[in-house]
Write a protein that binds this ligand. Structure first.
Ligand SMILES: Cc1cc2nc3c(=O)[nH]c(=O)nc-3n(C[C@H](O)[C@H](O)[C@H](O)COP(=O)(O)OP(=O)(O)OC[C@H]3O[C@@H](n4cnc5c(N)ncnc54)[C@H](O)[C@@H]3O)c2cc1C
Length: 525
């Protein structure tokens, strides 16, 4: 199949199928639009969404929207966008009821046959987190994908990696385009198996590519989460904000093969305590909220204690403190730790912090519209301003559901079928004449350098000197990677490396240009 034959035209192109992309696709498809959904992995469900354990925020008993609002703003250090907070608080609970409970029939855990079980997590003043034991994301993701697969107007393209947004006038052959406002018209997309780039042409594209935890050495995110959407949006000229606010999760399993398996904060919500290697609890020393302090405070406290006790990790003790049935409430954590030889009903878990969530991203309004015409964004890749400088636990799945749905509805409401450009106006992907086989050892080493640079110089505790060092090291890497990219055969790994180095530079530059130390952007003077 040639690249030309495999170009594709649709009404809406959704890039990514975690909760945000799936919710957008669902809303747009329900309104009758033809929707193409891309996932870079062959497994459609592979995403950060699939890994979410703790749950999704809703409104619990004795709860009020105003209390949730206060908790979000307190966690975000009051640099949140108040309009975004109001939207989430106003729409969130109703959309959980309508879409997740009524339409998708998500089997949320119950405290009794008639009552949903609401969990509590750090930073929340009430029990208000709906969950499916400790594997909430997996069920939500597979139900959403299941529903989408049954819709005739939704077409999936798994194993397809968006390389760049297709924009006019930049990619246009039509000179008239220079006199019109810049506009996004889809994306150049690599068919991973065929190593060829297709044009996906659509009047509206939606970035729902998730976050960028995997540009750091230690992360809770799966390896695919390298922030491709930020890099594509930046190259297309969309506004991007708050990239310095990277939230680190305080507790991932410490193990040589642990790969950042996350130990949910709801474990501490149920009473588990953090301890040093000699069995001393320490969180009260750092925060009045003790083990239920917001995650950035817990993260830095652990980091400090690791340094003070010269230890590569601290301990998280469920066995001595948790009152609920551990195996029943945390079956995934129990099973996974057991697989590493740790019985959490009897012994503490060794834990380290890890890069977890990006609070900033592609700036969107209350309907998911970016600053670039024809481009929407939803979920972790976007910045609604909801999280401000730090995310309140379990609000991101809901943010993806709310903004995905609102974006899908807005796209449908504004869709008139008009096509000011034709596919023939758009350049094909340019391949250099010479395409070398790439050497995987080079990619492996380049990633190692990017990830350790980000961890050591732009990670949990930043200084100006460290950030400057990161910037110059990454700039040097970028030149090398650019050359490599131009010469090698198109491959998803090379595309990822090029996007990853750009994202690392964006985070570093944003951190350097914001001298104000604040929660998820902590600068030591
Ligand atoms: C371990 C873990 C636990 C978490 N627990 C919770 C929790 O309990 N509650 C909560 O609210 N949040 C939690 N979060 C955060 C939450 O899961 C994410 O913020 C949220 O799922 C992001 O959803 P998304 O739809 O934006 O992106 P994702 O779910 O990450 O989906 C990204 C999609 O984009 C696709 N994609 C990426 N790049 C490209 C490309 N170039 N081309 C084509 N496709 C591409 C991927 O294939 C994927 O389909 C957790 C995160 C992790 C990692």
């Amino acid at each position: 199949m040639t690249a030309r034959e495999s170009d594709y035209e649709t009404d809406v192109l959704v890039i990514g199928c975690g909760i945000a992309g799936a919710a957008t696709a669902l809303a747009a498809a329900k309104a009758g639009l033809r929707v193409a959904v891309l996932t870079k992995t062959a497994d459609i469900e592979a995403s950060n969404t699939q890994h979410a354990q703790g749950g999704i925020v809703s409104l619990g008993p004795n709860d009020k929207p105003g209390l949730l609002r206060e908790d979000i703003i307190e966690a975000g250090d009051a640099v949140n966008n108040p309009e975004a907070v109001d939207i989430l608080v106003r729409e969130g609970h109703a959309l959980v009821e309508k879409i997740l409970i009524k339409e998708l029939r998500i089997p949320f855990s119950r405290s009794s046959p008639d009552a949903l079980d609401y969990a509590q997590e750090g930073g929340h003043s009430r029990r208000r987190i709906l969950h499916i034991r400790d594997a909430t994301g997996r069920t939500i993701e597979s139900k959403l994908v299941g529903v989408l697969k049954r819709l005739p107007n939704v077409t999936f393209f798994a194993g397809h990696t968006a390389v760049d947004l297709l924009t006019v006038p930049h990619h246009s052959k039509n000179p008239v385009a220079y006199y019109r406002p810049p506009q996004c018209l889809g994306a150049y997309v690599l068919d991973n198996a065929a190593h060829r780039v297709k044009r996906f042409f659509a009047p509206v594209a939606v970035l729902a590519t998730g976050g960028c935890g995997s540009v750091f050495l230690h992360t809770s995110n799966p390896p695919e989460a390298i922030g491709a959407g930020y890099a594509m949006a930046m190259r297309a000229g969309a506004r991007i904000v708050n990239m310095e606010y990277i939230q680190f999760h305080p507790t991932t399993l410490f193990s040589q093969d642990g790969d950042g398996f996350l130990i949910s904060e709801s474990v501490r919500g149920e009473g588990a305590r953090l301890k040093t290697r000699d069995g001393r609890t320490f969180m009260r020393k750092y925060s009045r909220a003790g083990d239920l302090a917001p995650r950035d405070e817990v993260t830095r406290a652990i980091y400090e204690e690791m340094i003070l006790t010269n230890s590569p990790h601290v301990w998280l003790d469920l066995a001595s403190h948790v009152k609920v049935d551990i195996k029943k409430r945390f079956p995934t954590i129990y099973r996974t730790c057991k697989g590493y030889g740790i019985d959490i009903t009897r012994e503490p878990i060794p834990v380290v912090p890890a890069a977890h969530y990006s609070c900033g991203g592609v700036l969107v309004d209350g309907r998911g519209r970016t600053s670039l015409k024809g481009l929407y964004a939803a979920g972790e890749v976007s910045c609604t301003g909801l999280h401000g400088a730090n995310r309140l636990a379990s609000t991101s799945l809901l943010e993806g559901l709310v903004w995905g749905t609102l974006a899908g509805r807005d796209i449908a409401a504004g869709f008139d079928g008009a096509r000011p450009y034709k596919l023939s106006d758009i350049h094909h992907w340019y391949y250099p004449g010479r395409e070398e086989e790439f050497d995987p050892a080079l990619i492996h080493q380049d990633w190692l350098i990017i990830r350790s640079t980000m961890w050591n110089y732009a990670g949990i505790i930043r200084t100006r000197k460290r950030l400057e060092r990161a910037e110059s090291d990454l700039d040097y890497m970028r030149h090398r990677i650019e050359r490599f990219y131009r010469e090698a055969r198109m491959d998803a790994k090379i595309v990822g490396l090029k996007q990853g180095i750009e994202v690392a530079r964006m985070i570093t530059r944003a951190a350097l240009s914001n001298p104000v130390s604040r929660v998820a952007h902590f600068i030591k003077k």
